[in-house]
Design a binder for this molecule. Structure first.
Ligand SMILES: [Zn+2]
Length: 112
């Protein structure tokens, strides 16, 4: 199993390296971009975008500043195990049908 598959959408991760304001933050993975090796995590790497006035569904949206999460390198985070609540490396085992599943290296429990 590739490293990319070790973190999935919906996982909780903790930022281990990166911008000071983000270090240590935990959040839910809202997007995984395997080709780029990048992820988007709720509340992490917040960016601002200036929005011009525009029309949407017949309504005029006011201009302003929109905050959104920017993507960053997947290696900046560690998975938070849903069982033991620790940051952990992810192991991979195979079930009796040969299908891989993820295992917490800290507590040994299945993650999926
Ligand atoms: Zn665990």
């Amino acid at each position: 199993m590739s490293k990319k598959m070790r973190i999935k959408r919906g996982d909780t991760v903790q930022v281990i390296t990166g911008a000071r304001e983000d270090k240590g933050k935990r959040g839910e993975v809202i997007r995984v971009m395997p080709k780029e090796n990048r992820i988007v995590v709720q509340g992490v790497n917040m960016r601002k975008k200036h929005q011009r006035q525009f029309q949407a569904e017949g309504r005029t949206m006011n201009p302003g500043i929109i905050e959104f999460e920017g993507s960053f390198d997947i290696s900046n985070v560690m998975l938070v195990c849903p069982k033991c609540n620790q940051t952990t490396r992810v192991g991979v085992r195979r079930d009796e049908d040969g299908l891989p599943f993820r295992v917490c290296r800290s507590c040994g429990e299945d993650i999926d």
